[in-house]
Design a protein around this ligand. Sequence first.
Ligand code: SOE
Length: 374
Amino acid sequence: MRKLGIAIVGTGMIGAVHRRAALLAGAEVRGVVASSPQRAEEAARSWNVPRGYRDIDDVLADPQVQVVHVCTPNHLHRPMAQAALEAGKHVICEKPLATTLEDAQALAALAASTGLVATVPFVYRYHPVVREARARIAQGELGPLHLIHGSYLQDWLLDPASNNWRVDPTLGGASRVFADIGSHWCDLVEWVSGERFVDVSAAFATVIAERRAATGQSFTTPAAGGALQAVSSEDVAAAMFKTGAGTLASLTVSQVSAGRHNRLWFEIDGATSSVAFNQEDPERLWIGRPDQREETFVRGPGAGSAEQRRLAVLPPGHAQGYAQCFEAFVADTYRAIEGERPQGLPTFEDGLRSALIVDRVIASARSRAWTTIG
Ligand code: SOE
């Protein structure tokens, strides 16, 4: 197989994650774009890649680049992804796909019209035991679903001295915590359960009214300093959903919950059994049954569904986690470019679905009313 040439736009925490995953998937990282040409040169040196591109146009003019990874702040997703698709490049664009529903619609339509591969890293789909949960539900093992519930909690914005571009709606979009991490939960739970949310009732709260102006990277120690600024994006959110099948779901999201670093958790309760998954303990799937017949399914290549086994690249007890999810997602994107059809690969269509949910969640929080998702 010929080596794919790729470029990464954005050098923050997630740009570095893309780079490692791309290298492991056998791509050649041709170069990097940063917030200035000088920073791009520095990043190219520290990543040991041939080019620090001046800007996106410089990338698009490079015939050796077939895939553009868009890892910028959210407001740049639309222009960067659009330019790359129009130049005939495949795209991996970070989530949220765009900061407005209209922009997400335009990107998904463009991707469909070009036939290029365009994916969005809803990477929690790549935990092997998540695939196991999905397979069991698809086979009817849980019976009809009765209830879906869960949360996605972080604490990296708990300290008022912490700040980040995500907090600013002009860079991050109108919703912060919901678009940033609630979007993951909704994508995951719809995909695992096979049911789609049709109605939502949501509420947002900003619990830290002011933050210091200086911004840092996600999950960094507080970037203390600067004047205090008023915060308008939400720190916490709660949402109730109804699915098309009539199942009730509830979700709590937060970036200010002490001790919860990246705890995406869901439970899906059916007529005969339940499944529960915790992203911070991702090697196990809890399967609840009445009469003391509960079970813990342990990740590994030796048992379980075909997709669970495909993604279990290490033996049990040799912990896999977030990094392996990202690696599998990027490898599957490249396989799709080679003409394969990997299962569960999240595309711009899924990014658009997520943008629709976020848009409806914002509308519900603003109007304080149940709102149709469609
Ligand atoms: C920050 O909240 C963040 O990096 C998200 O943007 C990612 O999508 C999530 O996977 C981890 O947390």
